[in-house]
Design a protein around this ligand. Structure first.
Ligand code: SF4
Ligand code: SF4
Length: 77
């Protein structure tokens, strides 16, 4: 499963734009002090585990969290 570390994500949307199958979107979070921030959220029911978002994230906020392998055949050209 591909996951986003909330404390690293800056909501830049690079992963949203780079995902070939539209599995990523931004959600808004409100912190304890009332600040609103956007972070990326990956839909695991859509994600093909291609790894593109891991490579593209400038903050290294996206990672593979279990023993599944990156499946390049899931890339949509
Ligand atoms: S590319 Fe990285 S920092 Fe930018 S929105 Fe996606 S997870 Fe967050
Ligand atoms: S691993 Fe691939 S399919 Fe899954 S969210 Fe990232 S770019 Fe999209």
């Amino acid at each position: 499963m591909i996951v986003v570390e909330q404390n690293k994500c800056v909501g830049c949307r690079t992963c949203v734009y780079s995902c070939p199958i539209g599995a990523v979107d931004l959600i808004k979070l409100t912190t304890e002090n009332g600040e609103v921030s956007s972070i990326a959220m990956i839909d695991p029911t859509v994600c093909g585990i291609c790894g593109v978002c891991i490579d593209r994230c400038p903050k290294r906020a996206v990672s593979l969290q279990d023993d599944k392998k990156i499946n390049e055949s899931n890339l949509v050209s």
